[in-house]
Ligand binder design. Structure first.
Ligand code: F6P
Length: 332
């Protein structure tokens, strides 16, 4: 192999730059030419790319975002787009393409592999951690830290005013950030999709719990962490309902894209560096149609499709602890 390329696609995640750096340095160490397509799959279609050298990745390991930029390219799922991408990759002489992103990006990579003879390898990069087959995704640990930092701050004002706060975290349709940030912040309640069967039951559950906690603790400050997209009418409406039902002021806080930014924490930098280096070595071994994964600190490659075909479960022990603490808080 002489030429390898990469792109970052979908929601950016802290640690993507660390991963780009590792791919570039590992490729150069093996004597490969290394290219970076810009703006996700759009760069493949528009032949917007950079020939990357060590100097391009100096001083980026600590930076959030992605120097290659990112995008969601919905048109890429058409056969014409994949064929054009294949033609462009061949024209540049690329033999392996590394895709850093989440499940949408991996679906794109899989689609490309049906139209292109080259090797395709995915690297899980998303704050949501909703990729089956790997313990963690690049960016996930930083997102938890960012959410936690904000929840701690909200707790101060919640205590001062004895209010309820409803804090919405990202995760798309997965509760990894929500559950971990709730446990780490000592939140009173967490609402995540995996543990919510009926919104009505959940609402009643929270109101009863707030009532019991109020009687037990004698103050009214109460923190609920909730995953985005969970409450059908949105958290602002839920906060209003809670205010009316409990007669305690409830304020919504939507943390939003702040969770995608910032300097990656060490766990994300190390994970990204390991995965980036491993992906280049996997490409040199001829692997294709796979995702780089880390399970129990062991790197491996798993089939790309399983990353989205199988649903990743929350840590059952963490769920149990959260439930035990929730029950304990309301005891008289
Ligand atoms: O997948 C990462 C993520 O930040 C999700 O948590 C969130 O639902 C989504 O991307 C937001 O996407 P956008 O930035 O396109 O609004």
């Amino acid at each position: 192999m002489r030429k390898i390329a990469m792109l970052t696609s979908g929601g950016d995640a802290p640690g993507m730059n660390a991963c780009i750096r590792a791919i570039v340095l590992t490729s150069l160490r093996y004597g490969l030419e290394v290219y970076g397509y810009k703006h996700g799959y759009n760069g493949l279609l528009e032949q917007e790319y950079l020939n990357l050298r060590a100097s391009n990745v100096t001083n980026i390991i600590q930076r959030g975002g992605t120097i290659l930029r990112s995008a969601r390219c919905l048109t890429f799922m058409s056969d014409d787009a994949a064929r054009l991408a294949a033609k462009n990759l061949d024209a540049l002489g690329i033999e392996a393409l590394l895709v850093i992103g989440g499940d949408g990006s991996f679906r794109g990579a899989h689609h490309l592999s049906q139209h292109w003879q080259g090797q395709v390898i995915g690297l899980p990069g998303t704050i949501d951690n909703d990729i089956y087959g790997t313990d963690a995704t690049i960016g996930y640990y930083t997102a938890i830290e960012t959410a936690l930092d904000s929840i701690d701050k909200v707790r101060d004002t919640a205590d001062a005013f004895e209010r309820i706060f409803l804090i919405e975290v990202m995760g798309r349709n997965a509760g990894f950030i929500g559950l971990n940030a709730a446990i780490a912040s000592g939140a009173d309640q967490v609402m995540v999709p995996e543990l919510t069967r009926s919104c009505e039951d959940e609402l009643k559950n929270i109101i009863d719990h707030i009532d019991a906690v109020k009687r037990r603790r004698g103050n009214n400050s109460y923190i609920v962490v909730i995953t985005e997209n969970l409450w059908p009418q949105g958290v602002t409406q839920l906060a209003q309902t809670l205010t009316e039902e409990t007669e305690i002021e409830c304020r919504p806080v939507i943390l939003g894209h702040v969770q995608r930014g910032g300097s990656p924490v060490s766990q994300d930098r190390v994970l990204a560096t390991k995965m980036g280096a491993y992906a280049v070595e996997a490409a040199l071994e001829g692997k294709s149609g796979v995702m780089v994964a880390e399970v129990n600190q062991q790197l491996s490659c798993c089939p790309l499709e399983t990353s989205w075909q199988t649903q990743k479960a929350l840590d059952p022990y963490l769920v149990k602890i959260q439930q035990d603490l929730f029950d304990l808080l309301k005891r008289p």
